[in-house]
Each structure stands twice: as C-alpha cells, then as structure tokens.
Design a protein. Sequence first.
Lengths: 374, 265
Amino acid sequence: MKTLLFILQKEFRQILRDKTILAMMLVAPTMQLIILPLAANFEVKNVNVAYIDHDHSSYSQKLENKIASSGYFKIAGSPGSFKEGLELIEYGNADLVLEIPAGFEKNLVRESNQKVNLSVDAINGTKAALGGAYLVQVLADFNSNLDVNIKSPKNQIAAPSAKISVESINWYNPRAEYKYYMVPGILVLLLTMIGGFITALNIVKEKEIGTIEQINVTPIKKWQFILGKLIPFWIVGMIVFTIGLTVMYLVYGIFPTGSLLALYLFAAVYLVALLGLGLLISTFADTQLQAMFIAYFFMMIFMLMSGFFTSVDSMPDWARTMSDFTPVTHFIKVVRLIVLKGAGLADVGTELGYLAMFAVVLNGFAIWNYRKTT
Amino acid sequence: MDNNRTNKSSSIEQSSTVNRQLSIECRKLTKQFGAFKAVDEISFDVEQGEIFGFLGANGAGKTTAMRILCGLSYPTSGQATVAGFDVYKQQESIKKNIGYMSQKFSLYDNLTILENIEFYGGVYGVSRPDIKTRSNKLITTLGLEKEAKKLVGELPLGWKQKLAFSVAIFHRPKIVFLDEPTGGVDPVTRRQFWDMIYEAAADGITVFVTTHYMDEAEYCNRISVMVDGRVEALDSPANLKNKFNTDTMDDVFYQLARGAKRMDN
C-alpha cells in the first residue's frame, strides 16, 4: 500500500508537470464539445439546384420560386440545356438538375400530365438521397396546389379525395435538434480518448525512455504498477467528464433528465474498461508511434460501430454483433438514455453488465500480458 | 579455457577457506534466442563486497547475462543464484536485494532530484523519515544543494550518472549491477564515479560492473572477459596481465576479443 502511494505521488507529479498533456486533457475536450456539435450536423441544407427551364411559362416560374423559397435549396444557375446543367454538376457547382421540358404548362392544363427530369449527383449519398426526396416533396406540394387541379371540373364532380395528414411529435428532443443527439455522444468519445490513448502513450513512453526497465527491476508488484497508472487517469477522466457535463449544461442547456448518480456510475465503470484497453495496447506496443496507430485503429472502429454517427438498428446483423462488442456502443446508448430520456439505473442494468464485463476482460488480459520478467 | 576454469575453482576454494559469502553464483547459465546462444554456459562466482568487472566486446552477451541476474529475463538453462535467491523462481526476492543502473539513463527527467530519490527509495520500502535524512545527506555529499529542486533533465550527463548510481544504492542493496555506467562521461567525472564505487564496496555492497574502458577494468578486484557468449578469462587484472604476457589490460582484452566472431549488435 505504501509502495502504491509512492507510485501515485510520482504519477501525479508528472501529470501536473506536463502542461501540454494537461491542456490536451482538460482544454481540448472542452473546445471539442463546443465546436463539434455545431459542425457535425446531419441535416441537409443548401442543396444547389440547376434549374433548366425550357418552358418559360408562369407555371415553371412559380415552381422555381417555390423551390428557391423552401429553405433547403439554392438555385445555382439556370443553364440553357441539360448538357450545361450536367457540367455544373461535374464542376461541383450543383447537386441536382431539374429539367422542365417545353410545353410544361400547356400539357399540365390540357392533358393533366407532365413529366419532369430530375438528375442527382450521388457522390455525397446523404445529400443526394435527402435532397432528391425533399425536391420530390416540393414538387408534390406544387402539384396539389396547381390552379388547374383545384379548379378542375373533374374535381368538383368527384367526391373530395381522402387525404391522410400526419402530425408528428418528437419526444425527448422536441425540435429534433441534432445537438441533443450529438453532444452526449461526443462526451463519450472524449472519455474514450482519455482512457484509450493517454494511458497507452504514457506507459509506452516509459518503455521508450527506459524507465520501465528500472521499474521492472524494483520490487514494485505488477498490480501496484498497474493501479499506479490507472488511478491517476481514472481521476483525470472523471474530471473531464464533469467538465463535459458542465459545458453541456452551460453551452447547450442540456441537463441530464435521468439519474446523475447512474451517469457517474457508468462513467466510472466505462473508464476502467477503456483504461484496461489502453493498458493492453501498451503491453503490445514498444514505441509511442505503434501505440498511437493501434489506439487509432480501435478508435475508428469504435466511432463507426458505436451508433455515434449511424443508428445501430439499421446495421446488418454481423455489424450489430460487432457493435455489441464495442464498449463505446453501450456507453453512448446509456448516456443518451439517461441524459435525454431520463432513464434510471434499473433501466440500464444490462448495459452496466456489458461495461463491467469489458472492464474485467480488458484489464485481466492486460495484467496477464504485462511481464516484469521476459 | 582450462586455465581459467582452474583459476576460478581455486578462487572459490580461497573464498570458502576464509568463509566469505558468495553474492552471485553462476553455473552453466545459458540464454538462447532461437538458435542463437546469447549467453553460452557461463559459470562464475562473485564474493560479497567484491568489485567484479564484467568485460566483453559489443554483442558478447554481457547485458543479457546481467538482465538474467537482475531478474529481468529468464535463463534457458543452467543455474544461478543472486544474494542467495534463485533466478528462475525468486526474481522478486532478488529485486528487493539489488540495485540496478542500466545503460539507458533511467531517472525521470521531469521529476526533480529529490522527487526521484523519494520515488525510488519509497518503492524499495525505505521509510519516509529515512528517505528525508538520507537524501539530505546524499545531496550534501554530491554537492547538489542548489540543484536539489531542479528537474533531473536539466543536469549535465556526468551529474546524472553519479545521481543514478546514488539512487541505485540508496536502499542499501546487497549487490549493485552497473551496465556501462560511465559511457559518455568525462575522465574527471569517471574518476569521481569510481571513488563512489569504492565507497559502496567498502560499505559491503557487491559491485557488478560492465565497462569498455580498460583503465576502469584495472580498478576491479577481479574481471571476467566474455567472448561470443562465453567467459574466456576470469581473474584479477594483475594475474590476467601475467598470463597474457603483457603490461596493459588493453592488450589482454585485444588478445581475447580479436577471435570473436560476433560483430556489433
């Protein structure tokens, strides 16, 4: 126990002395939490439309105005031909080309039927799919409000067509704002970085400068060394988590609706699991560069598989299984549940079990793999 | 070879007659990496309080052998005890009783002199009051009063090495292992460094030291010379010079090492 105290004293002295790392650990997360949610926004806005009007009628003019005033689209140009429109897409100036053929108004009025051509740049999949869908909605709306349809004698004779209108309400996030979805997720990623990266780098640094050999030749026991490394970064992690929650409240006005205690309990267990991962990485890597790359590899998988960016439910089965084996998945889920939905400890017991399992397995493996004598 | 063997056994007899304790006993100690025998059946004894020079060209296997004796590495075969503890099973007991100064400088650059002493003293189980009195004394002896609260990284190399040695024997171990402790250090500091080694030996600490400087080899009570993983000679510097018919340790070393097949690591 005394030995452990000496080790902790040394670790804290070193952490507090390294101002760069200290700033990285405390200031960088705050900055990221402030900046990232503003930039990481999945809403599609500012879709550029090339509007080719071969008709030049009052209808085609009305449609153009309606598109431009919808809030999602910008008219990027009015080229004279489809070829010119496609060029706009090729140069990246337009995302969609909408071609209105000659006789648009005439055909609508006389024959109640007219096709238009919509071409989408599908390189940015999300923008293409959502932008295309929005535009189809705008067209449908335009269509139903056309004078010719409303005043059509056919419509007056026929029974008014039944129409289902949907009123939707967004629960837990009334205005469907992305920040509510993103901010808790980013908080989790920050803890992941502290746990996974910094511990790994810290221990591997001792390998690089050779002090680990000096440690290995002392009577320091394996568990003392490992606890001596885990405890300080666990404390740093909890401080960062607290700062994160504060920023979340002060900047975004998000205060956990659920149990704060449950949230901290999860953060505590989660950090132990991630510190175990960092420790495990450090037992394999001999240089900080290796450790960086291994840690980065895991971070990428964690981010993509965790449901931070995309919904886990829409992943294929194999990916969902993989996602279950990613600690980040469970913590992100829980943080969103507790912060937004007001879940208590009883609601998230399974997830706590998962995290505890990760903590035991990762640390166990790391301790087993750390050798004082080779 | 035969000569060396008889010499060695006679020295063991001498030691047993005066009933001096052995610090290190090595019997056919071997470390093999695949087909490569880094250490090839070496056998020797080191008496308590002795300054034992462990010489050899680069790649001869000195560091590997030393790492086994320090409990950092498992031998492949053979026996060895350090301070009476077995190198296979009792590494942790060995570690309590030895000090170690590696080739790489191994104090923490971002801790002060006092903090380094406190940490290493503490993990060897020296009590806090003892740490305080002993480190004050040490700082005065080394003349580092003004630097005591400076970061170790700011010290010149010679001072760092003297400090590292002092830290290695701070917990008063039975044996201290020094792996090329004076590499890159100026002659004056080297001289002072050896004065410190003599003081430690006078206090009863066994000193096991590797070096490339032949003038330093002369300071040792006995030296062994390793060539290609084997101990090719072991005796006092004077006896070795007699045996190889020369006046200098340089020449002894040259005659032994020129047959080496292994080059630099």
